[in-house]
Design a protein around this ligand. Structure first.
Ligand SMILES: NC(=O)c1ccc[n+]([C@@H]2O[C@H](COP(=O)([O-])OP(=O)(O)OC[C@H]3O[C@@H](n4cnc5c(N)ncnc54)[C@H](O)[C@@H]3O)[C@@H](O)[C@H]2O)c1
Length: 263
């Protein structure tokens, strides 16, 4: 690895994986560590964060696990305090936490709506609000929020799509406010990557998701993690307020798909 994050201190929320395999947060945590960052792995289920920390330490990287529910302001504040106490500051906040709701408008209960908006959107507001004073003290920082292509296109899963579109609005709003402090804020919009979050969809859906994009290959947590490495690194020093779509080209397809003009 090239040490693109050497000396950086990174907080990753949802750094565990909900099941066997590799989620976006876990893959990102491992890549950040391989690139030289100290990684503060946060998950509401501490054993999941500890598993990621174990994988990082097994490779010789530096990481620590912390339990927090990032839908709560006090726990976000405690999370940032703990990272600063341990390593002296925060350079990167990767807001990865997210849960899916697969229901449409008429089937979504008020409770489900509130839960999805809290986990997928409010958590990013609370964690960013908590981390910014520490980044301001260092005169620089990078915040990355995981959205989804569901927030960019018409998508029937109402609460999820709304929260993920909200993440993109949040990133733009905060980027213009934090630019003068040297803090960059960007989003990643993953396409249908194959992670533990969606494994219950089954093999038929897996194949359909793979075939849907122009590249026709399956995306994984690593693909999202590499995007996060770029946005977190100084190589992205002139990039803020953007949404990096990582989807094998799915969002640029048309109903004609791959049929060329000549066909
Ligand atoms: N898999 C896909 O196809 C896909 C597509 C687009 C976007 N995404 C996004 O990627 C992210 C999911 O990444 P993942 O693969 O790491 O998921 P994951 O479910 O494997 O891991 C997320 C972790 O977050 C933790 N978590 C959930 N709520 C929390 C809370 N309130 N506080 C602290 N931790 C909490 C869970 O315990 C879990 O370990 C989400 O934001 C999701 O919307 C995924």
């Amino acid at each position: 690895m090239s040490g693109r994050l050497n000396g950086k201190i990174a907080i990753i929320t949802g750094a565990g994986s909900r099941g066997p395999g590799l989620g976006n947060g876990k893959a990102t945590a491992i890549l950040f560590a391989r690139e030289g960052a100290k990684v503060f792995c946060v998950d509401q289920m501490k054993e999941r964060a500890e598993e990621t920390v174990g994988a990082i330490r097994a490779e010789g990287g530096e990481a620590t696990a912390h339990a927090a529910d990032v839908t709560r302001a006090a726990e976000c504040a405690a999370m940032v305090r703990a990272a600063v106490d341990r390593w002296g500051g925060v350079d990167i906040l990767h807001n990865n936490v997210g849960i899916e709701s697969r229901k449409g408008l008429l089937d979504t209960t008020e409770e489900e709506w509130d839960r999805v908006i809290a986990v997928d959107l409010k958590s990013m507001f609370l964690a960013t609000q908590a981390a910014v004073p520490a980044m301001t003290r260092r005169g620089a920082g990078a915040v990355i929020c995981v959205s989804s292509i569901a927030g960019l296109r018409g998508y029937g899963r109402t609460a999820y799509a709304t929260a993920k579109a909200g993440v993109i609005g949040f990133v733009r709003s905060v980027a213009v406010q934090l630019g003068p402090k040297g803090i960059r804020v960007n989003a990643i919009a993953p396409g249908p990557v194959w992670t533990p979050m969606v494994q219950d969809l089954g093999s038929e859906a897996r194949e359909r998701r793979r075939r849907a994009s122009p590249l026709g290959t399956e995306g994984t947590g690593w693909d999202i993690g590499w995007g996060a490495v770029y946005l977190a690194s100084d190589e992205a020093r002139w990039v803020t307020g953007q949404t990096l779509i990582i989807d094998a080209g799915l969002t640029v397809t048309t109903p004609e798909g791959s049929l060329g003009a000549s066909q």
